[in-house]
Design a protein around this ligand. Structure first.
Ligand code: HEM
Length: 181
């Protein structure tokens, strides 16, 4: 994944934990400085190794690291200058979720090697919808849960997420029932 993702993991660890723990995670992951160049596409294996090493060093399950990372992401991208892109994606959670693929299409204009996920909304009702998440990658359902929590914070609403199915079982997509109030 692009360096931007690895930078966000580094910033999250440094701000919520410590520099020393970050140094340990960096060493243990086997990553090099090249993985932290914002616009450079890197191996997914490096990003997964960073999550694995963070789980080890911080003594937290990888699922918690991914959720915390997802929750941090919207705030991080807004601080990194992508605020207008986030604003353009919508002013309510359902609008924003329906525009996620368009958001990544725009991101792809700056990051030409982007391999973005795909999100489709169904059963859209007052205060709830089903979110279908497709990706060529595995094991990132918890990242999506964290991202949805972070978006709840962005829109100042209480979001409840129930995972209905996982790509790990269906081989196709993961589905989340999203409720908000
Ligand atoms: C302006 C804001 C955003 C930017 C700049 C951005 C950019 C990126 C980048 C660079 C990647 C790595 C993919 C690669 O390197 O091939 C990525 C992946 C991803 N993004 Fe975004 N993104 C943004 C917002 C969001 C939001 C709000 C969500 C909420 C659901 C989201 C969901 C994901 C997921 C789940 C992945 C993991 C890749 C996968 O599932 O295959 N992104 N994004």
């Amino acid at each position: 994944m692009y360096g931007l993702i690895n930078i966000a993991i580094r910033d999250l660890v440094k701000s919520k934990f410590s520099e020393q723990q970050w140094d340990q995670i960096f060493k243990q992951s086997g990553a090099t400085d090249a993985a932290f160049i914002r616009m450079c596409p890197g191996d997914d294996a490096t990003t997964y190794a960073l999550v694995g090493a963070a789980s080890d060093v911080l003594g937290l399950p990888a699922s918690e690291i991914l959720q915390a990372f997802g929750e941090y992401w919207t705030e991080f991208t807004a601080d990194e200058g992508y605020g207008p892109l986030l604003d353009a994606a919508g002013s309510t959670l359902p609008e924003f979720l329906q525009n996620l693929d368009q958001l990544h299409t725009r991101v792809g204009m700056m990051y030409p090697d982007l391999k973005p996920p795909s999100f489709v909304c169904s059963e859209i009702a007052e205060g709830s919808l089903m979110l279908h998440y497709k990706s060529g990658r595995d094991g990132l359902d918890d990242l999506v849960i964290g991202l949805l929590r972070g978006l709840g914070r962005r829109f100042k609403i209480d979001v409840k997420i129930e995972q209905v199915s996982s790509k790990e079982d269906t081989g196709l997509e993961s589905v989340f029932h999203v409720n908000w109030s």
